[in-house]
Design a protein. Structure first.
Length: 281
């Protein structure tokens, strides 16, 4: 679609676009926000450059897309609990949330999307990859689509906050005990229909999916492993290179993302806000 108030430049064939011509420190007019929202739905993940936002300004931008989602088991920033600070110090050996995933799909209502703001990022390294899950579904065979359309999966926190937590994330900022944090589960369709676009997307990720409903983990593993590899085929992806002042806004309902751990000995500091979503159908 043509845009009147912003410039939208796709960065890859599958998804992703940079938006320019907008200062997010200023209140957004309705037409400008409508165009940003349309680009967000069209490209699944959109990026802004050279922004200098306070915590309140970042939260105000995120609220235009919906109610902000609490972080539940993680502690937010002092004075701004809606913002999760993600910091990797130069001496840290692990990164936050490594591997391909969608955010907090273990919740009854997984988040609509997320806003990630880079305050201090390496000159080289620390890129983020995104993968289009509309394409992941649409490129499956007709038989596989028919099989998956009626299937549900159990999403839970047992891996990310349980015995394998040290492999997935920092647990120092848990606001509840580790045993409780690892106990959450919800069941969602394997293929969800996007509530705004009406398109079908594969809705699985390695962090939180434990098994298919009414199946054991062992029975589920072969098909899950195939789908996880299929979902991140290179032709479904885009890659974003961060600079200080960059913002990524992504649609958690129809893509996966992963950080790249290639900035050893460098500091990285970001703020993340998540936007409340609905129950997948």
């Amino acid at each position: 679609m043509p845009y009147r108030t912003i410039e939208v430049s796709p960065i890859a064939g599958a998804l992703g676009a940079e938006i320019s011509g907008v200062d997010l420190t200023q209140p957004l007019g309705n037409e400008t926000f409508s165009e940003i929202h349309q680009a967000f739905l069209e490209h699944l993940v959109v990026f802004f450059r050279d922004q200098k936002l306070s915590p309140s300004q970042l939260a105000d931008f995120a609220r235009r897309f919906g109610r902000l989602d609490p972080h539940h088991v993680l502690k937010g920033m002092d004075g701004h609990p809606e913002i999760l600070e993600i910091v990797r110090e130069r001496t840290d050996t692990k990164i936050f949330a490594p591997g391909w995933h969608a955010d907090v799909t273990w919740q009854e209502r997984p988040v609509l999307g997320a806003v990630l703001y880079g305050l201090e990022v390496p000159d080289i390294g620390g890129d983020t990859l995104f993968s289009n899950q509309y394409l992941a579904y649409e490129t499956l065979s007709p038989g596989m689509k028919r099989f998956l359309d009626g299937l549900k999966a159990v999403h839970g926190t047992a891996k990310v906050y349980g015995d394998q937590a040290d492999d997935y994330t920092y647990v120092n900022n848990l606001v509840t005990d580790r045993k409780k944090a690892a106990s959450y589960e919800n069941v969602h369709p394997v293929v969800r229909t996007h509530p705004e676009t009406g398109r079908k997307a594969l809705f699985l990720n390695d962090h939180y999916v434990l098994r298919f409903e009414d199946m054991t983990a062992e029975e589920s593993a072969p098909l899950l492993n195939y789908l996880w590899q299929h979902a991140i085929r290179s032709e479904f992806t885009c890659r974003f290179r961060w600079r200080n002042g960059s913002i990524a806004l992504w649609d958690n309902r129809c893509l996966l993302h992963t950080p790249i751990d290639d900035y050893f000995g460098k500091r990285r500091h970001l703020w993340r806000i998540t936007i409340a979503g609905d129950r997948p159908i």
